[in-house]
Design a protein around this ligand. Sequence first.
Ligand SMILES: Cc1ncc(COP(=O)(O)O)c(C=O)c1O
Length: 459
Amino acid sequence: MEERKILLREDEMPRQWYNILADIAMNPPLGPDGNPISPDMLAPVFPMNLIEQEVSQERWIDIPEKVLGILKIWRPSPMVRARSLEKALGTPARIYFKNESLSPPGSHKPNTSVAQAYYNKEFGIKRMTTETGAGQWGSALAFACAHFGIECKVFMVRISFDQKPYRKSMMATWGANCVPSPSMETRAGQAALEKDPNTPGSLGIAISEAIEAAVSDESGQTRYSLGSVLNHVMLHQTIVGLEAKKQMEKINEYPDIIIGCAGGGSNFAGLAFPFVYDKIHGRQIEIYPVEPAGCPTLTRAPFVYDHGDTAKYTPLLPMHSLGHAFVPPPFHAGGLRYHGMAPTVSQLVNEGIITPKSVKQRQVFEAGVLLARTEGIIPAPETNHALAAVIEEANKAKEEGKEKVILFNWSGHGLLDLTAYENYFAGNIKDIELAEAEMAEAMKVFAGHPKPQNLKTAK
Ligand SMILES: Cc1ncc(COP(=O)(O)O)c(C=O)c1O
């Protein structure tokens, strides 16, 4: 009988995360004076145990037993051979995916929210704040906080809040409080509403609100949590790629191509980084982060020092950025509407170790519908970006008559994103491409920022 799922037992779960900082060259984050920040400068925002992880150069970091215990609710996640898709495309490629849609909140996000809630609890934190774009991250933190008895407050980007009201109900069920962003609760939210009362919101604005809400709590018992971009988030997600490596080994396969959608970079990094290690050490693999043409951070924006949020509360990070004040067009993949990108992912693109691609909205939904009708799972609109690239690569393999092995990350399901699918079927989804003039305008904010060095990773 043909196998579909490649499974690991619970006792085969990885016991350590892989930290790519041990293997690549990085520019440091900078403070307002242009000098590298010290860990204590981040202390009002994050607990010190997570800050230590953020700057750690250790290649392998132990996953705490308590974290593993909660991850076991849905991990190890299956690696699935997409046989029905292969058949539908008539491709000689063998296509595999990690199914991260099986977590209770519906995506890869709890791989880090559980770890972050754990470290906050260990540090004595009572309340956590965060932003959410698609609603997946807010749900993931709500789920994790419920496990550790931590209060949770979520600022959800306005357009997503309106598009998917049940995400708020989901967060409420896990005990969290979710409000639309921009809100009147913070100075950053008030400023954004003053500028444009009808703004769809952005992740940049929502991050500012969540940071402000954390640091302004005078009890000192609130911290902020970010669902992507930072090094410790990429670290926690590597459990995906480490599991995939073991699963590939079990069937004597190794990927030629790795694909993940990229908003802030975390699901892509989680799958890809353990394989990037192999590539740095001589293996031939094509590795593609895929982003929307409407928010082309990696494919069209420069590698600069920029803030991670609109109100400039974060340090300057070395990353590909469209400018911290940029409000991406309101397309249907809230988790990919981010102006910046993880510094680690940006650095790898800058060095040519990974190669970004961008795809347009209609191609993205066409791919999602094909996958739903073949593999059965209705994908999150963010995931659809990866799927569009998978189909392109599978068709290329067919044209070339090559038996390529493609591995991708199915980052989440779209069961609370059905409005987007309805809009697609009604013909209301348009291809959005960012105009040069709009990009040039957004990038004026870089004036006066220092420039990152062109560092080269030793191989
Ligand atoms: C299902 C899903 N996939 C992907 C992303 C993009 O985030 P990241 O690039 O950090 O994986 C999101 C973000 O909200 C998401 O919800």
